[in-house]
Write a protein that binds this ligand. Sequence first.
Ligand SMILES: [Zn+2]
Length: 208
Amino acid sequence: MLTTPFNKSYMAYKRTEHFDEQTTSGLITSYKQAIHLLGEDPEREGLQKTPERVAKAMQYMMQGYQTDARMILDSAKFHEPISEMIVVKDIELYSMCEHHMLPFFGKAHVAYIPNGWITGLSKIARVVDVYARRLQVQERLTIEIMSAIKETLNPIGVAVVIEAKHLCMMMRGVQKQNSVTTTSAFDGEFQKNSTRSEFLKLITARLS
Ligand SMILES: [Zn+2]
């Protein structure tokens, strides 16, 4: 049994600072107009550079479209004859709700039971990131992570649980400040009650 509380330092892969010029200038124009339509003056000192900052921040947060999660897993596949459950828990997650373009954030917990092939633990976190950095709904995000692992590592089972808070719920409408949305996807061996509860017990257990 291998349980890994997810270490933040895994996330420190290189930040993309390369932005497509045409995309950036188109976004700048749009955000300037949006600021104006919302009743502000985009030329006001504090806002002058805002459209450009937002244009770049949004491209950074949407960079998942440029990356193929399956390629990440395929490029770091190792043959290893183990069939113990591998759990990577507490993977920090930041995504953007596709209905309101507002963030949702929380934690992902991923487990798989290898069938001859394993991948680096940091690669699991990268896969979470690749799908999170797109316009998403939490349900689809959960399934996309599961499917990528299932199709590349062909494991005996895969499980993904995501717990997240949605700013679109917290800041507008229902204003349920503390409600956490939990989604899950189980495949193969994890469809069995005993395997699934072992996984759920592991991700809810506190280590110290
Ligand atoms: Zn929303």
